[in-house]
Design a binder for this molecule. Structure first.
Ligand SMILES: Cc1cc2nc3c(=O)[nH]c(=O)nc-3n(C[C@H](O)[C@H](O)[C@H](O)COP(=O)(O)OP(=O)(O)OC[C@H]3O[C@@H](n4cnc5c(N)ncnc54)[C@H](O)[C@@H]3O)c2cc1C
Length: 461
């Protein structure tokens, strides 16, 4: 019997399991391990807040590349989505329910002996044994011939300041997705959100939903907010091949966007048309160019590429227009606590003067932590400590091959350890959203199935 263990049952891990079941004949079996109680939802789709809506229209959220209407058909069969159309931005919780429903259907079809769901926290992995030994909480172990990290996103790294004592105070919330990030807050109190990206947009929505009346400050180095989707999608022009040198790419994007706007259509299709090619473009770019892209173009790329639905953008615009939401541009320099009051000193961009903001809470919404050397998760720490994995050179995740195999500290390719989803951004760059992860899990399932079929079978543990 050959066992494939998948660590993490968010979108990536669950979808990989579905594809593996289709590609791997019995007696190959899968174990899907999740530390939270909700299989199939992960960080993004576990939210119960109906204001947290998808930032991709329903027509592009199918779990299967070859069945583009799969999500839309499921959505319209549900009471919550009976009026949905291809351009609907559905609540994220509906997408989570869809993935969970797919998982339930597949378990019914294949049987629990083919796919075992284990609720547990994988805290270590011993690769010196054959099979691999996964160590879980409560002294449990699981043997597997192959293991895939589908561990997703980790909380943001703290903003570096000289005195980090504030981070241990009750004023600070390090994890914007934790249940207590916005609870127990005086509705009139001032709050500071670090970051101005999609996580901040979520936090502002949640604050408004819970009737927050106090000032909401959002601070980032450039103060860029995610742009809105076009109200009427226009077909994408044809431009392939795209430039892969950063300067040429910047010139191209500026020129084509200006042309599209002059012709009366939006700039959005230019970005959308690049989507299927971004992995190839990334992999064609030289390492120095990838670094340049991350340093100079990334903030602009992120807000144009990861957009929000019109209704979300309207709500953010209204909060800004009323003066409740203020976007600040600069960097945090210092925190000060005086009894039950706290102050953040930040330095505005191109300005030497420190500006104070009174706050009742600071929530770090600065985007997922990607420097794996600084991620305190025990499984990741152990893999790096044992030299089984290494961070990628750009510090976006772990170093993997184009087949998603982990590279060890010396660059040797693992035959038994793999990774999918945001962990692999260094190699693939756009491995964040559903359409990208969908393609990646399909390919990895095919590849792993060939390895698993060729692996010598062993007696059940
Ligand atoms: C807030 C948010 C909103 C998003 N909205 C959209 C959207 O609208 N449209 C879109 O296309 N994309 C969206 N994305 C991006 C994308 O869909 C997600 O990043 C994607 O779902 C990633 O899935 P994942 O399974 O890799 O990671 P996650 O969803 O983070 O799941 C990882 C899972 O692994 C588990 N886990 C981690 N470590 C262990 C361990 N050691 N042992 C056991 N379990 C473990 C975690 O508990 C978690 O459930 C969003 C992302 C976020 C964070």
């Amino acid at each position: 019997m050959t066992t494939i263990a998948i660590i993490g049952a968010g979108f990536s891990g669950t979808l990989l399991s579905l594809h593996l079941l289709r590609h791997c004949p019995p007696p190959i079996r899968l174990v899907l391990i999740e530390r939270n109680s909700q299989f199939g939802r992960g960080l993004a789709y576990a939210t119960g807040n109906p204001s947290h809506i998808l930032n991709v229209p329903a027509a592009r959220m199918s779990a299967f590349h070859d069945q583009p209407n799969n999500f839309l058909d499921w959505l319209t069969s549900q009471p919550e989505g009976e009026n949905a159309g291809p351009g609907t931005f559905a609540p994220r919780r509906a997408f989570g329910a869809y993935i969970r429903a797919l998982l339930n259907d597949e378990i019914k079809r294949s049987g629990r002996d083919r796919l075992e769901l284990v609720k547990g926290d994988v805290i270590g992995l011993d690769r010196s044994t054959r099979p691999l030994l996964l160590r879980l909480d409560r002294d449990r172990t699981i043997q597997a011939d192959f293991a895939v990290l589908a561990t997703g996103n980790f909380p943001p790294a703290p903003v570096p300041v000289a005195d980090t004592g504030f981070y241990d105070s009750p004023f600070y919330r390090p994890d914007p997705w934790a249940p207590d990030a916005l609870t127990d807050l005086d509705p009139d109190a001032p709050i500071l959100l670090l970051g101005t990206g999609l996580t901040t947009v979520d936090a502002v929505n949640s604050l408004l939903d819970q009737g927050h009346r106090g000032p909401i400050h959002a601070l980032s180095r450039r103060g860029l907010l995610p742009r809105r989707h076009a109200s009427v999608p226009t077909p994408a022009p044809e431009h392939e091949p795209f430039p892969t040198a950063v300067n040429a790419l910047t010139r191209f994007l500026r020129k084509e966007s200006a042309r599209a706007i002059a012709e009366g259509s939006g700039w959005q299709p230019i970005i959308d048309e690049m989507r299927p090619f971004t992995v190839d473009m990334w992999q064609t770019m030289s390492l120095p160019d990838r670094r340049r892209f991350l340093r100079h173009l990334r903030p602009w790329w992120d807000v144009h590429r990861h957009r929000v639905a019109g209704q979300v953008a309207d709500r953010i615009d209204a909060a800004r227009a009323s003066g409740q939401l203020r976007i600040l541009v600069g960097r945090v320099r210092q925190y000060m606590i005086d009894g039950d009051r706290a102050e953040v000193l930040y330095r505005p961009r191109q300005n030497d003067k420190l500006v104070p903001i009174e706050v009742a809470r600071v929530v770090n919404c600065a985007g997922p932590g990607a420097d794996y050397d600084r991620i305190p998760d025990p499984l990741i720490r152990g893999l790096l400590h044992d030299g089984v994995a290494r961070p990628d050179p750009l510090r976006l995740g772990l170093d993997v091959t184009g087949n998603c195999a982990l590279l060890n500290k010396d660059g040797a390719i693992s035959r038994r350890l793999f990774a999918v989803g945001p962990v692999t951004k260094g190699t693939f760059w756009e491995m964040t959203a559903v359409p990208d992860i969908r393609r990646q899990t399909e390919k990895l399932a095919e590849y792993l199935a060939t390895l698993a079929k060729a692996a010598p079978s062993r007696p059940p543990a």
